[in-house]
Design a protein around this ligand. Structure first.
Ligand SMILES: Cc1cc2nc3c(=O)[nH]c(=O)nc-3n(C[C@H](O)[C@H](O)[C@H](O)COP(=O)(O)OP(=O)(O)OC[C@H]3O[C@@H](n4cnc5c(N)ncnc54)[C@H](O)[C@@H]3O)c2cc1C
Length: 317
């Protein structure tokens, strides 16, 4: 019996952390969880998902990665398993697939959800609206709730035991053929996946001063560099690093905003971060309204000291 089907992304023999969070969100409301996986190595990862809350893992066959046919196969598994919810993480893959799955099931997709809970015989979600000013609770009426879950909002489940592995349908070849995947910059953490994000804004004055942001990020060890739109528009940083309404949404354990004023469009992308630290020379900057810790001062004086301190603390273990 499956109540919730969770799409699990995997590579190099491991499930993505974002997918484990989606499994955790599902497991918090039901024990009848089936994971569904696809791609090279999926069979090796499948059984281990028992540790992450899945009772069963369906491994789709075929080698095409075309989202149109993959979504059709996922919708078929939803029907076969009799699931009443389909969850994916709000990664670029999840955001691509979920609306297609919803279309196959003739229901409305719910994106970037920050809450998932039982609602009678079905499920309800919470999702931010109007750049995070409102949180809507939605309890869809259709037969299946299809939702993507925002990363870093749900804790993975820590269990034990293997999931029962089941062969799923073949994914047929579709309209898109992916001929290869190349990592852009080896080892660089993506801003939406990193547990710590150090972001810089126009207060850094010039693009080369971002070396101060990079040094602090590197001192933390597991941090990614983020940026406000102002500096992306100025060509100082790539769009992939932009945090905000028209950039990426992040929810790291720690978000450090340096020389960023805290415009509503920036806040929309980072206000759900667990701990927010702001460094800004203007004590009235709006970023301080949502910061847990604020340092009023010149970034050029504070960053080298802070970086040194972080290095020292990490070296001391
Ligand atoms: C439709 C729309 C979508 C948008 N989407 C996004 C988005 O996705 N992401 C985003 O970020 N913005 C977005 N924006 C732009 C947003 O409104 C702001 O213009 C932008 O966030 C400002 O960037 P900033 O904070 O770096 O620059 P500023 O607002 O210029 O702030 C610079 C800050 O640096 C401080 N400062 C200056 N010197 C120092 C120093 N030496 N030390 C410390 N602090 C210093 C200043 O006090 C100031 O607070 C969007 C706007 C629109 C209209």
């Amino acid at each position: 019996m499956t109540r919730i089907l969770v799409f699990v992304e995997q590579s190099d023999g491991a499930a993505k952390r974002a997918s484990l969070e989606a499994l955790g969100a599902a497991r918090a409301v039901s024990e009848e969880i089936t994971a569904v996986l696809f791609g090279p190595g999926a069979g090796d990862v499948a059984a281990s998902l028992g540790n992450a809350g899945a009772e069963r893992a369906v491994v789709l066959g075929g080698s095409t990665e075309s989202p149109d046919t993959l979504a059709k196969a996922l919708a078929d598994v939803v029907r076969e398993q009799g699931a009443v919810a389909f969850l994916a993480s709000a990664t670029s893959t999840g955001r691509d697939l979920a609306p297609r799955v919803a279309a196959h099931l003739d229901v409305t997709p719910l994106s970037e959800c920050t809450g998932f809970e039982a609602d009678g015989a079905g499920y309800a979600v919470q999702r931010p609206l109007l750049a995070g000013k409102l949180i809507a609770r939605l309890a869809p009426k259709g037969p299946v709730v299809v939702a993507t879950l925002r990363r870093n909002m749900f804790a993975p489940f820590a269990g034990s035991g293997n999931a029962e592995v089941v062969d799923g349908p073949e994914v047929e070849s579709g309209r898109i053929t992916i001929t290869g995947v190349e990592a852009k910059e080896g080892g660089k953490l993506d801003v939406s996946e990193a547990p710590i994000v150090v972001s810089g804004g126009r207060g850094l004055k010039e693009s080369h001063n971002f070396s101060l942001i990079e040094e602090l990020a590197s001192a933390f060890g597991t941090a990614a560099v983020g940026a406000s739109r102002a500096v992306v528009d100025a060509g100082w940083r790539p769009h992939a690093e932009q945090v905000g309404q028209t950039g990426k949404t992040v929810s790291p354990q720690l978000y450090v905003a340096v020389g960023i004023s805290g415009a509503i469009q920036h806040l929309a992308g980072m206000k759900t971060s667990k701990v927010i630290v702001a460094i800004n020379k203007d004590a009235e900057a709006p970023i301080f309204k949502i910061a847990d810790y604020g340092v009023v001062g010149d970034a050029f004086e504070i960053l080298p000291v802070l970086t040194e301190k972080v290095r020292q603390i990490r070296a001391e273990g």
